[in-house]
Design a binder for this molecule. Structure first.
Ligand SMILES: Cc1cc2nc3c(=O)[nH]c(=O)nc-3n(C[C@H](O)[C@H](O)[C@H](O)COP(=O)(O)OP(=O)(O)OC[C@H]3O[C@@H](n4cnc5c(N)ncnc54)[C@H](O)[C@@H]3O)c2cc1C
Length: 431
């Protein structure tokens, strides 16, 4: 590394970092993108469902050009109980045209993003782990990696959920366990034909499942399954504090989910390709209220804590890209004016608040508190199963009216009608 001063150093070659680096290079700035992986994305766990409209704005033709897996046109929301399951299955061709969400595997996607960066003129530096920021009189002027120093007018920290750089700049403290969840994920190869058949989708189309209840053995969080081209990404997300209190092992809960009678047939005969764990932030909407800058420094993506769990969907990748757009806009203006003060950097949170990231975080501000409700993970699944059992079981005894079935189901599941009313109001206010 020499003494050159770059316009921008971006640390982290995930969605947030690569997108920000690309946008700034396109504006003609000198940009370095540093990632600790042997190539950007190589350290990133499998993938997920990417709500990708934002990528079409940044990379026109994204869904055709990028290595995406399938267009998600079917969504299944389910409750698992020990011996039963209840699901809502929503399919809609409108979700495929224009493409609303795609399943992705991160290693090929991040590598493609790094290629776009290089083509736009970004200097991509893999296999370098940044240890700290260089601060001079409260101004961030570069980064340190081992004995090397690299200097820039602006540093963008996009180093993921554990962001040591955001902690180093005292923007974020070490996150308490109740704000974190652990994701345990497998990628299982089934073959393209089996996926089309088992998930009722055609060649390019895919399905996404979000499941609560016995999926996590009652621990707040949920199970998920996304179809890739010839594999599925499947696993659980578990609130870290509840996991510690409960004493269960995260890998046992993952295995329990994969072996549930409603899930096992979907992945039967598959070959395990990848298995891993990764942390995610649970109180994402509240991260908007943090300060996100220092003079010469901005924090974006997971490093800033931008993830949203709405129960229907886990979102992080689109927020990473959206925050990168807002940061790139602010950095471009700062570079044009030569002003790297805190005021100049704070045009980033202002742009963010006005973007879909800020607006969606505000809309779902109360969602994390709503998802602490234990009834979501135990009683409601049981209640629904009791109601459907009452409706469908024909055991020769006189059949009960639905109102009686519901009353009996409430008693059997230990749920009170007042709970349902209270939780329904809370859901309407939070989601
Ligand atoms: C189990 C699970 C399931 C998920 N499912 C979904 C989903 O379906 N849809 C969705 O939108 N989101 C999902 N998410 C969230 C999503 O993965 C993240 O929000 C997204 O990856 C954030 O992108 P990012 O670029 O900010 O960070 P990351 O993707 O984490 O990238 C950070 C990069 O920084 C690099 N890095 C870290 N430290 C350093 C350092 N010191 N020096 C150099 N480089 C460094 C890493 O190598 C990495 O490449 C899920 C998360 C989990 C855990």
């Amino acid at each position: 590394m020499d003494e050159e001063i770059f316009d921008v150093i971006v640390v982290g070659g995930g969605i947030a970092g690569a997108t920000c680096a690309y946008l700034l290079a396109q504006e003609g700035h000198s940009v370095v993108l540093i990632d600790r992986g042997s190539e950007p994305g190589s350290k990133n766990l499998s993938g997920g469902v990417f709500y990708c409209r934002v990528m079409e704005q940044i990379f026109p033709g994204f869904t055709e050009a990028a290595p995406i897996e399938r267009h998600i046109v079917r969504n299944t929301l389910g409750f698992l109980n020990q011996n039963s399951h209840v699901a809502i299955n929503y399919g809609d061709s409108r979700l495929g045209n224009p493409v609303n969400a795609v399943s992705v595997l991160r290693a090929p996607l991040d590598s493609w993003l790094a290629e776009q960066c290089e083509e736009a003129g970004v200097m991509v530096m893999p296999s370098i782990r940044v240890d700290s920021l260089i601060m001079e009189k409260d101004q961030c002027v570069g980064v340190r990696a081992g004995a090397e120093e690299l200097r820039a007018r602006i540093v963008v920290a996009a180093d993921g959920v554990n962001s040591f750089l955001a902690q180093g700049a005292r923007i974020r403290a070490k996150e308490p366990a109740q704000n974190l969840a652990l994701g345990v994920k497998s990628v299982i190869r089934l073959g393209e034909a089996s996926i089309n058949e088992r998930f009722h989708v055609s060649a390019k189309e895919g399905a996404a499942y979000a499941i609560v209840g016995d999926a996590t053995q009652g621990i707040p969080g949920g199970g998920f399954l996304y179809t890739n081209k010839d594999s599925v990404s499947i696993g659980v997300v578990l609130r870290l504090d509840a996991l510690a209190e409960n004493g269960l092992s995260s890998s046992d809960i993952h295995d329990h989910f994969l072996n549930h009678p409603a899930i096992r047939p979907l992945i039967a005969g598959g070959e395990l390709l990848e298995y891993g764990c990764h942390l995610t932030i649970e109180n994402g909407p509240h991260m908007m209220n943090h300060d996100l800058t220092r003079p010469g420094l901005m924090i974006i993506g997971d490093a800033a804590g931008f993830t949203l769990n709405t129960g229907f969907a886990i979102r992080g990748m689109d927020l990473a890209a959206g925050s990168a757009q807002a940061a790139a806009q602010a950095a471009h203006a700062a570079l044009l004016s030569g002003d790297y003060s805190r005021n100049a950097m704070d045009t980033y949170p202002a742009a963010l608040a006005a973007s879909f990231v800020g607006k969606d975080c505000a809309t779902y501000e109360k969602a994390p508190a709503f998802f602490e409700n234990p009834r979501l993970y135990s009683q409601y699944g049981q209640l629904l199963a009791e109601v459907f059992f009452g409706i469908y079981a024909m055991d020769g005894a006189p059949h009960r009216r639905i109102s009686t079935i519901v009353r009996d189901a409430l008693r059997l599941s230990g749920t009170k009608a007042t709970h349902i009313v209270r939780d329904a109001i809370a859901a309407l206010r939070s989601l």
